[in-house]
Design a protein around this ligand. Structure first.
Ligand SMILES: Cc1cc2nc3c(=O)[nH]c(=O)nc-3n(C[C@H](O)[C@H](O)[C@H](O)COP(=O)(O)OP(=O)(O)OC[C@H]3O[C@@H](n4cnc5c(N)ncnc54)[C@H](O)[C@@H]3O)c2cc1C
Length: 554
């Protein structure tokens, strides 16, 4: 096999993704395994790093894993897996202790870890580090990973596709875009920790890396997926052009901020007796409906979050990052309300996994937001997702590997030739798809969905997928075999290859979300159908997807 600069052609385990799930998994894997930790950007960029509010665990005297379980199941709207939630809630306290031992500096109240209350939690159980909890966790985990000799961090490298053994269907590695080339790297086990897919929506709190790659890759390889229609929309993302829907944490409303419209009226109580503190999906729909009813152009309108009812000292202590980011965008939170609107925030659906993170494909594992472990059901309880990354990542300590015995094979180079102007016109199509697709998905599978727009959304995505398949790069890469290394003549190929890979994944997850949302003819949790506004007990089942087949679980 051709040896590429500094990159081993085989690892015991390849972990794709360096957010909380990927970093923690890599740390927990037995040290005797060689681990390749791949991230398409730098380690510092992930949704985990952006997490603000905190991480849940029943550690106070008046709390218990049983209460944590109860709250999680209530939020999940009938679709949580009891065993998975029990696993999460029971293991949470010891996992938090492990993070503290590693050096994560959660806020303290005296000697004790400080705990806050978040919506739908019946006890104070959310640990935090000011309003930058994710950053604190990721910085500590990264420092730990760097001390592990068995882990090689491979940055700016995008996983393209899974590599399955044709006879057994076992996952034996992945193809990667690495230093302007497409290469194949073997592994005895592959762990997908690629995070969510918020970028498929025009408005999202997620970072640019959240393009649903793990779900799309595993779907193309025939993995079993679940509940892809369930997306949590966060009600309060900053709506200033260029601010990338920066999240204004739920904790701000928890501490007493008011949601008001252009006339200054607190409208949330028109839609739910709990007003601003109703569940996230209810508040998101309230804002959506209110803007539909009152704004001249609801697609461009926003409401306002007034945080001045909170005592000034408390704002300064609890929300330093929010103050700073708002200030950067010209908003002085102490003197004016913040313009906000809902945005896609968390994807409950994903690759079906069991308590040992196994997927339906032998040798393939999934951890974190890309997985569907069963803990979130139809709606995620706030602060349970960082926890899921840690609790399930810890489970990888028990990984045992079969000795699959790699056979060395030689590779040849396949050179992709295209003129400068052809590269440009190809990029123009990719750019168009990246702009138009999220707008389409926001309109047809956003906060309120209905049959007609879902059907027309699917039809449009099919048209775009055909256009994508006809690109010269698509034809070249679809035909590249594992005995070939893809070589590109221009130096800037890496960027276009990455854009190609992400666009393909976004088209696939758009199709999967739209199809699953059309299939479920009821409203539940993060899925709201205007034409089926009620929850239907006959639909208290999962939506399962493999290849082109969509069906209900038993
Ligand atoms: C703004 C914001 C605030 C949040 N606040 C909270 C909170 O307070 N509490 C909480 O519990 N949850 C919170 N969440 C949710 C939580 O942060 C995420 O669900 C969780 O961090 C997901 O972790 P992950 O490791 O699965 O994915 P991520 O942290 O998103 O990491 C994904 C990693 O995969 C890499 N990757 C993706 N595709 C590829 C590919 N093809 N090739 C190579 N690398 C790839 C990315 O580069 C990245 O390193 C928040 C989310 C956001 C966006």
């Amino acid at each position: 096999m051709t040896q590429l600069q500094n990159l081993s052609p085989a690892f015991d385990v390849l972990v794709v993704g360096a957010g909380a799930a990927g970093l923690y998994t890599a740390l927990c894997l037995p040290e005797k395994f060689s681990v390749g930790l791949i991230t398409k950007d730098t380690v510092s960029l992930s949704a985990s790093e952006w997490a603000q509010g905190g991480i849940a665990a029943a550690i106070s005297k008046d709390d218990s894993p049983a209460l944590h379980l109860e709250d999680t199941i209530a939020a999940g709207a009938g679709l949580c897996d009891f065993a998975a939630v029990n696993f999460l809630a029971e293991k949470a306290p010891s996992c938090i202790q492990e993070l503290v031992n590693m050096g994560v500096a959660f806020d303290r109240q005296g000697e004790q870890l400080a705990l806050t209350l978040e919506a739908a939690h019946s006890r104070r159980r959310v640990l935090h580090a000011a309003d930058t909890t994710g950053k604190e966790v990721i910085t500590t985990l990264t420092a730990q990973v760097l001390q592990h000799q068995n882990i090689s961090i491979i940055q700016k490298t995008l996983a393209l596709s899974l590599w399955l053994e044709p006879q057994t269907g076992r996952c034996q590695g992945i193809s990667l875009i690495y230093e302007n080339r497409v290469i194949w790297v073997r592994a005895k086990a592959v762990v997908l920790a690629t995070g969510g897919g918020g970028q498929v929506f025009a408005h999202t709190t997620n970072p640019a890396v959240s393009t649903g790659d793990g779900v799309a890759m595993s779907w193309r390889s025939g993995a079993l997926l679940r509940d892809l229609e369930f997306v949590q929309f966060h009600p309060t993302a900053l709506t200033i052009p260029g601010a990338n829907s920066f999240l204004i944490s739920e904790a701000v409303r928890g501490e007493g901020a008011h949601l008001v419209d252009d006339t200054g009226r607190r409208f949330a109580f028109d839609y739910h007796p709990k007003g601003e503190l109703a569940p996230r999906d209810v508040v998101s729909r309230a804002i959506f409906t209110h803007l539909q009813n009152t704004a001249t152009d609801p697609t461009k309108a926003n409401v306002w979050l007034d945080i001045r009812p909170i005592p000034t000292e408390k704002i300064k202590y609890r929300f330093p990052n929010i103050i700073q980011v708002c200030k950067r965008w010209g908003i002085d939170v102490f003197n004016q309300p913040i313009p906000v609107a809902p945005a896609a925030h968390y994807w409950m659906g994903g690759i079906v996994t069991d308590l040992m993170n196994r997927t339906s494909i032998p040798g393939l594992y999934a951890v974190g937001e890309t997985a569907s472990t069963g803990v979130h059901g139809a709606n995620r309880l706030a602060s349970n997702s960082l926890l899921e990354c840690i609790v399930f990542g810890a489970g990888m300590a028990k990984l045992e590997l079969e000795d699959v015995g790699f056979v060395e094979q030689s590779s040849s180079e396949a050179v992709f030739k295209l003129s400068g102007s052809q590269w440009e016109s190809q990029q123009a199509i990719l750019t168009k798809l990246r702009e138009q697709l999220p707008r389409l998905v926001w309109q047809s599978a956003g906060i309120c969905r209905e049959q007609k727009s879902l059907e027309s959304g699917i039809a449009q995505v099919e048209v775009w997928r055909k256009e994508f398949d006809h690109l010269p790069l698509s034809k070249f890469l679809f035909n590249l075999t594992e005995a070939q290394i893809g070589v590109f003549e221009i130096e800037t190929a890496h960027q276009q290859l990455a854009s190609w890979g992400e666009t393909r994944n976004l088209l696939d997850i758009a199709y999967l979300i739209l199809t699953s949302a059309l299939f479920r003819t009821e409203s539940r949790g993060g899925h709201y159908r205007q034409d089926y506004p009620q929850t239907d007990r006959h639909w208290q089942v999962h939506t399962l997807v493999t290849a082109a087949k969509v069906w209900k679980s038993e």
